[in-house]
Design a protein around this ligand. Structure first.
Ligand SMILES: NC(=O)C1=CN([C@@H]2O[C@H](COP(=O)(O)OP(=O)(O)OC[C@H]3O[C@@H](n4cnc5c(N)ncnc54)[C@H](OP(=O)(O)O)[C@@H]3O)[C@@H](O)[C@H]2O)C=CC1
Ligand SMILES: CC(=O)[C@@H](O)[C@H](O)COP(=O)(O)O
Ligand SMILES: [Mn+2]
Length: 401
């Protein structure tokens, strides 16, 4: 019986993880949960799963949750809050495996703490790997623990890598759906609405990653994530547009063979793979996780268009510089996506903001998580300043800026 901690239990990945735990009660149990602000959802999770420890974003939310638990007669659930709370959830002694699925750099400290405590981590929180990958990997080696990718492409690569040794790999191919604007002419990008950008063609995910898929910054973050996880230079991490999201990624070996991983578009599968690795378990027919090869249709692969999706180009540029530039790429995007979702800026302002922040970022290479957090804060401040420049000049109201 593995005792699981879920960081980001109320989100899309968190809920998929709970669904896996519900399917295999003889294998998994919930030890601890960390949520942000969704009090109704975390209250229901406490009622259903009775975790020992729960964290929410603030002290006030913690008091409200405690009051609701008391009123409902639910005892034995300790409630904590803030970043310290997420760290406690991740490092609870009883925990055997941590699913890291808080969105953004907000999940970094708890992920790092889990690794330092020697817990194996299933990593959905790609931002942690982009901002602090080298530090996390160094620490995982030191504490002899595993960092298993849950992000579907990296999970696919992890599976394909079992087909050969590291020295036999020529390059890897990350597949990208291309998002909702794969075929939209550039001239129409200035008019993209929040509602349109939130309509992902193949996956149901949280709002931030869905917008990132629409700008293709998600694939850019994934290029950096792959460089770190699989120890590859960015030149050996390629992106191919595959609109069906059926092939989740591919590894090309030096003899010319290419291994691909194919499965349903359902994150429960990579989560289950990470939670059971190095075993594979029989999911049977009833889970909806089987792929019906008899219904396999057309599989298309196209070159990405960097003119319409400048975020992908910016990510390769940041990957080449590393360190502070990778951190700034993510921090600027977190700020810009929030502003876009709030209706404050246009879609094209997202790459504009990121580019401006990257240009203003001096090269540096953090050694510690504290260094990373300081660089993250600095990039956020620059991003906010750039956004207020945009609104002052009215640049965000024109298509070409
Ligand atoms: N969804 C997917 O299919 C995939 C997601 N990922 C990655 O997984 C991560 C999660 O994505 P997803 O589940 O879609 O996102 P969601 O927006 O659905 O969920 C985010 C989770 O993070 C919690 N959270 C946000 N801020 C804080 C905070 N400050 N402290 C504690 N908890 C916080 C939210 O809590 P609350 O809602 O209670 O506020 C919620 O539980 C991201 O890094 C994403 O890139 C990677 C591949 C696929
Ligand atoms: C499910 C998953 O891993 C997401 O990262 C997904 O790949 C996003 O879709 P895009 O390929 O459109 O970025
Ligand atoms: Mn992905």
């Amino acid at each position: 019986m593995k005792q699981i901690a879920i960081l980001g239990s109320t989100g899309s990945i968190g809920q998929s993880t709970l669904s896996i735990i519900a399917s295999y009660p003889e294998r998994f149990a919930v030890a601890s949960l960390a949520a942000g602000r969704n009090l109704d959802a975390i209250f229901e999770q406490c009622r259903r799963w009775r975790p020992r420890l729960v964290s929410v974003a603030t002290e006030e939310l913690a008091s409200q949750l405690l009051a609701r638990l008391k009123f409902a007669g639910i005892t034995g659930v300790e409630v904590v809050w803030g970043t310290d709370g997420t760290v406690r959830v991740a490092t609870l002694p009883q925990v055997d495996f941590v699913v890291s699925a808080i969105v953004g750099v907000a999940g970094l400290e708890a992920t790092f703490a889990a690794v330092q405590a020697g817990k194996p981590v299933g990593l959905a929180n790609k931002e942690a790997m982009v901002a602090a990958g080298e530090i996390l990997i160094r620490e995982a080696r030191l504490h002899q623990t595993a960092l298993l990718p849950i992000d579907s492409e990296h999970n696919a690569i992890h599976q394909c890598m079992r087909g050969g040794s590291r020295t036999e790999v020529r390059r890897i191919w990350l597949t990208a759906s291309g998002g909702p604007f794969r075929k939209l002419p550039l001239a129409q990008f200035a008019d993209i609405t929040v509602e349109q950008a939130l309509k992902h063609p193949t996956w149901n995910m949280g709002r931030r990653i869905t917008i990132d898929s629409a700008t293709m910054l998600n694939k850019g973050l994934e290029v950096i994530e792959a460089c770190r996880l699989f120890d590859l230079p960015a030149a050996e991490v390629k992106v191919t547009i595959h609109p069906q999201s059926t092939v989740h990624s591919l590894v090309e070996f030096i003899d010319g063979s290419i291994l691909a991983q194919i499965s349903v578009t359902d994150m429960r599968l990579p989560i289950l793979y990470a939670m059971t690795y190095p075993e594979r378990i029989d999911t049977g027919e009833a889970e909806g996780l089987g792929f019906d090869m008899t219904r396999l249709g057309q599989l298309d692969f196209e070159q990405p268009d960097l003119e319409r999706f400048p975020c992908l180009r910016l990510a390769y540029e940041a990957a080449a510089k590393g360190g502070a530039h990778c951190i700034a790429l993510n921090s600027a995007d977190e700020v810009a996506v929030e502003a876009f979702l709030a209706g404050d800026i246009h879609f094209l302002d997202i790459p504009r903001t990121i580019e401006a922040v990257l240009q203003a970022t001096p090269e540096s290479h953090p050694e510690t998580i504290q260094d990373v957090l300081m660089l993250d804060q600095a990039a956020r401040q620059t991003a906010h300043a750039k956004l207020s420049d945009l609104s002052l000049t009215g640049a965000s109201r024109t298509s070409s800026g």
